[in-house]
Design a protein around this ligand. Structure first.
Ligand code: HEM
Length: 680
């Protein structure tokens, strides 16, 4: 049965989609869609390239010490199981046989040998500048000065106009994809203004969904200041590009991260250096003992005597109890502290967990959280200004660098303390107990991931803090919000915990037998987690990559030439009606074999599910985040029922990570729940 989200009238169509009236995707163009499945229409003019780019080399997993303790997923290689799953992917996504070459059209010829954009552009720009310099003095008088000014102006205009003309009109660079026919496209700068407005309004992922609707095709293109971005949202193409071709991330689109400490931060690197880093870090991040530490840290905060979230829940429930006894439940409760905003508490929780995982210590204060939170609003504006960014946004860059220096100092402190502990014997380096042990064991190894580069190591240390906290916190915010709207799902989760883990309702939440293995047995909870992340993917705008070789898309043989920026919008794919029937409704059952689509439906949905990315450089924190989410939800629901206290509709906010606008929850003690722990 489909369960619909229940928050009232919102403004944007895609926000509105989460209300009682889910909107349908606009129909796919003829030939692209049949029933629920994509079918491939033979191209009118067959593209030429039959050659697939060679798969990128994938890494081999696992530092020896951790072998056997981590799942293959995210370890940096494509496992045989993953390859088999890929091979068995639904028919909608199986690459069709390559179309035969037809010499009838120019595009097909160029698809076969797409010209690299930059050299052609450089020649056009130089020619325009030379012509302007030669002609201007004789036309308007003046000497070298006028000639130089004219050359510069001609070069600037040509570098904006030529790539678009060459690609869209002359068709020099592979397939021309449809462009969204929405207002806001200016001839020279393309959709820069529209994007800037969406950034300012924090609705970038919704803009991409608008573009998808306007383009009328799953893959489309937009121009921004002389460069083309191809958006790929056809599920088969997404899988092909991420899991098989695996182009590197578009470092130009992530340059602000490199300003923090080092442009050699793992997220910005590719090839061997990145492979070595993944081999070092991914296995321990997914090792059972590290995951068990994470689960225990969550239980301590949500259900333990001294936890912040536990305290907030307990206080709010006490107020509700008193209000109920005095007959004043409602606004009076809220005024008396009977409701709270979970956002900050969840960020504290997830940062505490990653702190434990990294350095085996509880988070000492709010300082690191404040530093990280102050960074996020800086990234997008710095990203939007041209390079050199220091020139165009000196203050924001200065603040980014100051934050980088803070994290470098933090790493240096942690390293010094750990080395001292090794020295005085209070901490054993072998076997490694946390990520800091793993990093320190490697840093000076001549064949290791870092080879003495401590600045890079500090940058990656910071990356783990950054990537590991707000993503999971927002997934929990979305989860709690969704559960507030669906009390019946709350009850079903509690029943499942009691049944599957064999727990009596009088067991305190802190004593539930929660481990990575036991949480894996909660299949309904798993379905709820997946569905929340489908409806609200945290990196909603999606991974961005840049092709290094020409890529032929399996859906229709379109060719994306080397050097093209591509975006794979999770928000669009994960709301695609062709793959997820009733895509804007909350339907956890779609992930259960006995749900509405049956086992086949689960298979189709799974084939297009990628909130953590896909392929060799997908998110290595998926499992950690999943366990944090499940543990938090179980610990909350075991003791309490949650309700939304905020009356207004809760909007989605895309600030690089996609989160709900702050909202308040009210909690009441669940009937039969054991008394809360005494506060430490
Ligand atoms: C709901 C939670 C999370 C979501 C939705 C998420 C999503 C993602 C996505 C989409 C990527 C990029 C994949 C690509 O480019 O194809 C990524 C990368 C990454 N994530 Fe996560 N993530 C989450 C939690 C975490 C956690 C808890 C950690 C903890 C360590 C983490 C660490 C990383 C790192 C280090 C990378 C870069 C990987 C690389 O460069 O190879 N993430 N994540």
């Amino acid at each position: 049965m489909a369960i619909r989200s229940g928050c009232g009238g919102m403004h944007h169509p895609y926000l509105h989609a989460y209300t009682q009236n889910p909107v349908q995707w606009p129909p796919a163009p003829p030939g692209r869609q049949a029933g629920r499945r994509y079918v491939v229409a033979p191209p009118a003019c067959g593209p030429a390239s039959t050659a697939q780019p060679p798969p990128r080399p994938t890494s081999h997993t696992a530092a020896v010490r951790w072998r056997g303790t981590h799942p293959v997923r995210g370890s940096g290689r494509t496992s045989p199981a993953a390859a088999a799953a890929d091979a068995a992917a639904p028919t909608s996504s199986t690459p069709p046989p390559p179309p035969a070459f037809s010499s009838c059209c120019w595009e097909a010829v160029m698809a076969r040998a797409p010209l690299p954009v930059q050299p052609v552009t450089a020649v056009a720009v130089a020619a325009a500048a030379a012509a302007a310099a030669a002609v201007t003095p004789s036309l308007v008088g003046g000497g070298w000065g006028a000639a130089l000014a004219a050359a510069a102006a001609a070069a600037a205009l040509t570098s904006l106009a030529w790539p678009r003309f060459a690609t869209d009109t002359l068709r020099l660079h592979g397939t021309v994809f449809p462009s969204p026919a929405t207002p806001g496209d200016w001839p020279l700068v393309g959709r820069v203004a529209g994007l800037a407005a969406a950034v300012a309004a924090r609705r970038v992922c919704y803009l991409f969904a608008d573009w998808r609707a306007a383009a009328g095709a799953p893959n489309w293109q937009v121009w921004m200041a002389g460069s083309r971005t191809v958006f790929i949202t056809h599920p088969a193409d997404v899988r092909h590009v991420l899991a098989r071709v695996n182009p590197p991330r578009d470092t130009a689109a992530l340059a602000s991260l490199g300003l923090l400490l080092s442009p050699r931060m793992a997220l910005l690197t590719a090839g061997d250096i990145h492979t070595r880093w993944r081999r070092l870090v991914v296995p321990p991040l997914n090792a059972d003992r590290v995951l068990a530490v994470a689960v225990a840290a969550v239980v301590a905060d949500v259900a333990g005597g001294g936890g912040r979230l536990a305290a907030a829940l307990g206080t709010a429930a006490d107020v509700a109890d008193r209000g109920a006894a005095a007959g004043t439940a409602g606004a009076a409760d809220a005024a008396a502290g009977g409701s709270f905003c979970p956002g900050q508490l969840l960020e504290w929780l997830t940062l505490s967990v990653i702190h434990e995982v990294l350095v085996s210590q509880p988070l000492p204060s709010d300082e690191i959280l404040d530093k990280l939170n102050s960074l996020l609003p800086l990234f997008i504006p710095v990203e939007m200004v041209p390079s050199p960014k220091k020139l165009f946004a000196p203050r924001a860059v200065g603040r980014l660098q100051a934050a980088g220096a803070y994290f470098k100092a933090l790493y240096v402190r942690h390293e010094a303390a750990r080395l001292a502990a090794y020295e005085d014997g209070s901490w054993k380096a072998v076997p490694p107990k946390d990520i800091l042990d793993v990093l320190l064991a490697d840093v000076d190894q001549p064949k290791g991931a870092y080879r003495g580069d401590r600045l890079r190591l500090a940058a990656d240390y910071m990356l783990l803090f950054m990537a590991g906290y707000d993503t999971t916190a927002h997934s929990l915010e979305w989860g709690i919000l969704t559960l507030c709207r669906h009390p019946e799902v709350q009850d079903r989760i509690v029943d499942e915990v009691a049944d599957v883990l064999g727990c009596s309702r009088s067991t305190p939440a802190a004593e539930l037998p929660l481990t990575p293995a036991s949480l894996d047995r909660l299949t309904y909870l798993q379905a709820v987690w997946k569905e929340v992340l489908r409806l609200y993917p945290i990196t909603a705008a999606g991974p961005n990559r840049r092709t290094q070789v020409p890529v032929t898309l399996p859906s229709d043989g379109s060719v994306i030439p080397a050097g093209t920026a591509i975006k794979l919008s999770q928000f669009v794919v994960l709301h695609d009606e062709a793959v997820f029937p009733d895509a804007h409704a909350f339907v956890p059952e779609r992930w259960l074999p006995d749900g509405p689509g049956g086992a086949a439906g689960v298979k189709v949905a799974s084939g297009s599910y990628f909130p953590f990315g896909l392929g060799p450089i997908a998110c290595p924190g998926r499992r950690l985040s999943q366990l944090e989410w499940k543990t938090t939800i179980v610990c909350i629901l075991w003791g309490y029922q949650v309700r939304l206290a905020t009356k207004e509709p809760v909007r989605g906010v895309d600030l690089g990570t996609f989160r709900p606008a702050p909202y308040e929850v009210r909690v009441t003690r669940r009937a039969g729940a054991p008394p809360p722990p005494a506060c430490a």
